[in-house]
Design a binder for this molecule. Structure first.
Ligand SMILES: Cc1cc2nc3c(=O)[nH]c(=O)nc-3n(C[C@H](O)[C@H](O)[C@H](O)COP(=O)(O)O)c2cc1C
Length: 218
C-alpha cells in the first residue's frame, strides 16, 4: 500500500508551481472566501462548492460527510439535506458544526466553525422549487441514512412518488430543508513551499462582534 503514497516533494518540486503571490487581498473574510471560491470554480474539475461538514453525535463521537454549499452571505453558509438523516439528528441534538473546503487544484483550504440554524421555510421552498423534478422526487423517496433493503426498494419508492405527483406540483417534503452554519471562526490556509504554509485565522466572540485576525504557525 505504501507505494500509493507519494514521497515527500524534493527541493526541485517545491520550486515549481507553488508561488501563489499575495492571496489575502480582501479584508472581509466572507468576501475573501467568495473570491477563493470563484477561483476554485474555474480550476476544479467539478463541485468546487463541495465541503466536508462535521457534526457530533449524542455520545460526542464526531461524524463527517460532504455536502454542497448552496448559499453564502454575511449570515453564514447554507446547505440542504434530509432533516431525519444522521446529520439532521446530530444537528437537532447539538446545533454546532465545522466545515472544511480543500481545493486541490489551487492548493488552498478554508475552515469554518459555528452554530447552526434551520433556514426559513420560504428560503427552503424557494431552493427546493429550483431543483430538477427528479431531485425533488428523490427527496420524497429517500429515507436518507436509514437502512435500505436493496436498490429496488429505492426504485419502487421513486416510482410510487412519481406516480403520486404525476404532472402536478411537488411540494417540499416536511423532512427536507436547509441549515445555515453561522461562523465565529474562519481560517484560510494556502500552500507554500517546504510546508511553510500560510494560515490566517479570523475570529469573533459572537455574530454581532467584529472580526479579529491573526496569523498562525503552519
Ligand atoms: C460531493 C458530494 C456532495 C454531496 N452533497 C450533499 C448535499 O448537499 N446534501 C446531502 O444531504 N447530502 C450530500 N451528499 C451526500 C452526503 O455526503 C451523505 O452521504 C448523506 O448526506 C448522508 O449523510 P449522513 O448519514 O451523515 O446524514 C454529498 C456527497 C458528495 C460526495
Amino acid at each position: 500500500m505504501s507505494d500509493l503514497i507519494p514521497p515527500s516533494p524534493s527541493e526541485e518540486a517545491y520550486a515549481v508551481d507553488q508561488d501563489q503571490g499575495d492571496v489575502f487581498t480582501i479584508e472581509d473574510p466572507i468576501a475573501l472566501f467568495a473570491d477563493w471560491l470563484a477561483l476554485a470554480h474555474k480550476k476544479e474539475p467539478n463541485d468546487a462548492n463541495a465541503m466536508a461538514l462535521a457534526t457530533v453525535d449524542e455520545t460526542g463521537l464526531p461524524d463527517v460527510r460532504m455536502v454542497l454549499l448552496k448559499d453564502i452571505d454575511a449570515c453564514g453558509l447554507t446547505f440542504y439535506t434530509n432533516l431525519e438523516s444522521a446529520k439532521g439528528r446530530e444537528l437537532a441534538a447539538n446545533p454546532k458544526a465545522a466545515i472544511v473546503f480543500h481545493w486541490k487544484s489551487i492548493r488552498r483550504q478554508v475552515r469554518f466553525r459555528g452554530e447552526v440554524e434551520l433556514v426559513s421555510d420560504e428560503e427552503a421552498d424557494a431552493y427546493f422549487a429550483s431543483r430538477a423534478r427528479g431531485a425533488r422526487i428523490g427527496a420524497w423517496a429517500s429515507q436518507q441514512s436509514r437502512p435500505m433493503e436493496g436498490r429496488f426498494a429505492l426504485e419502487k419508492a421513486v416510482a410510487a412518488k412519481t406516480a403520486k405527483f404525476g404532472l402536478g406540483e411537488i411540494p417540499r417534503p416536511p423532512h427536507w430543508s436547509g441549515y445555515r452554519v453561522k461562523p465565529v471562526e474562519i481560517e484560510f490556509w494556502v500552500n507554500r513551499p517546504f510546508r511553510l504554509h500560510e494560515r490566517l485565522l479570523y475570529a469573533r466572540k459572537d455574530l454581532e462582534s467584529g472580526w479579529t485576525k491573526e496569523h498562525l504557525y503552519p
